[in-house]
Design a binder for this molecule. Structure first.
Ligand SMILES: [Zn+2]
Length: 442
């Protein structure tokens, strides 16, 4: 069957993604309005009920609802249409062109996450067109401002319009369902839990003075020592239930030797030694077993001829699910030493344990789409809007399915230059999301 320009847009998810890419929704400032209006028009033209909510008129959020049979709770699908900046990046093809070259759709948002939003939108439009009545209502939320914390997007919706999400237990969101390869085996990690933000500030003091007089052991020197210690240290190992579940499945799905090696990650005495052997996967796995800290901002000194008596540095700390800022301080203080006054400046709590009730349906859908693949519950080291919806008791599953080539590095390309997606992925993902709507039984 060939698809022509006259066929409805939900049968052409590639073109739908190209259209979304062409709206420059770089956040800040976002300006998601034209993109959201375009989606709004597609939904209203198809006869789907919609609502628009905006904290800032240029930054609307859209909610659409497809009625179900009412025998199951509503199922939420949500995606954000803002993207991160392309400034200072060297792109082979224009980042807002949505052009197709060499089998890829190129552009900002092809991975994070206009592709996912397009899959969800196409699946909902398809359900409407084919008269599908799932057991529960399907609620589609198209959000702004995820990339800058969700203040105008998910946070605003959860705080000000929770009634539209009443009764929802499960949601499909971002970061999950993209293929990932270990020792030749294909895995589809589905995000079920996230780490938590714990941002901190360290203050270091020392004698100030005139820049013409040599200063030894001042605040600058202390900062140097502190950053060196931070660079050489890891916080203690923790085996959370989510990591255990994830690596038990991975290790039992691999051939004997790599499976045995990976399983040792779950032995806290060996975790760090095994991580050091992991090559390219070390960076992916290390944050799943540790609370982590990166120093990201240093503020000290105003004038070139004045030795500063105070230096403040900020740290991006990330806590494992179930851990608190007190745990972070207890683990970090011995590394920083008593030269640093440590303070938590922002803690953004997330849920500690996932509700796995929808997981098997999603795993079945992926297995049907790719019989060689193994679905896997995953902890995301970063955060998404999932933490905000969790405040309403909603469990999010990262589910924007993508069958990607083995050498395709999703996390190297998201937010980076030349972000791109193999064209055939759009049909793969849209079909999988639609399949969930067909199978959803609450
Ligand atoms: Zn995203």
């Amino acid at each position: 069957m060939t698809i022509s320009k006259n066929d409805p847009i939900h049968t052409r998810p590639i073109e739908l993604l190209q259209n979304l890419i062409r709206f420059d929704t770089t956040n800040p400032p976002g300006n998601e309005i034209d993109c959201v209006n375009y989606i709004h028009r597609l939904l209203t033209d198809a006869g789907v009920d919609t609502w628009i909510f905006a904290k800032d008129p240029n930054r609307p959020n859209l909610v659409a609802r497809l009625p179900g049979q009412g025998t199951a709770p509503p199922l939420l699908l949500y995606g954000h249409v803002d993207v991160v900046t392309t400034e200072g990046q060297d792109w082979t093809h224009p980042p807002f062109g949505g052009e197709i070259h060499d089998g890829y759709i190129w552009g900002r948002g092809t991975l994070d996450m206009k592709s996912g939003a397009a899959m969800m939108l196409a699946a909902v439009l398809r359900a409407k067109a084919s008269g599908l009545t799932p057991t529960g209502d399907v609620v589609l939320a198209i959000l702004c401002d995820e990339e800058a914390g969700g203040v105008y997007g998910a946070m605003y919706m959860v705080d000000e319009h929770p009634d539209h999400f009443e009764g929802i237990k499960y949601a499909l969101g971002e970061f999950g369902g993209a293929s990932f390869y270990i020792a030749g085996t294909t895995f589809y990690p589905i995000q079920v839990v996230e780490k938590q933000i714990c941002w901190m500030k360290g203050t270091i003091r020392g004698p100030g003075g005139h820049g013409s007089r040599p200063m030894r052991g001042g605040a600058m020197a202390k900062l140097g020592r502190v950053l060196q210690r931070l660079d050489k240290s890891r916080l203690p190992v923790h085996i959370t239930p989510a990591a255990r579940q994830m690596f038990e499945i991975v290790s039992s799905s691999l051939p004997l030797v790599p499976g045995f090696v990976l399983r040792q990650l779950l032995n806290p005495v060996l975790t760090d030694s095994v991580l050091n052997l992991m090559g390219e996967h070390k960076l992916n796995f290390e944050p799943l077993f540790h609370n982590t800290v990166n120093a990201t901002i240093v503020k000290g000194g105003e004038k070139i001829n004045v030795i500063p008596s105070t230096i403040v540095f900020e740290m991006d700390g990330r806590l494992l699910p179930g851990y608190t800022p007190d745990d972070m301080i207890a683990e970090l203080s011995p590394i920083l030493g008593d030269e640093v006054e440590l303070e938590v400046i922002l803690y953004d709590p997330g849920p500690s344990e996932p509700d796995m009730g929808l997981f098997n349906i999603l795993a079945d859908v992926l297995l049907e789409a790719d019989p060689a693949g193994i679905a896997l519950p995953m902890m995301l080291p970063a955060v998404t809007d999932a933490r905000l919806f969790s405040r309403l008791g909603i469990q999010t599953y990262g589910f924007t399915p993508m069958k990607l080539p083995e050498d395709f590095k999703f996390f190297d390309l998201a937010h980076a230059a030349d972000e791109r997606l193999p064209v055939e992925v759009m049909d793969f993902g849209t079909n999988a999301v639609y399949s969930v709507l067909q199978r959803y039984v609450g």
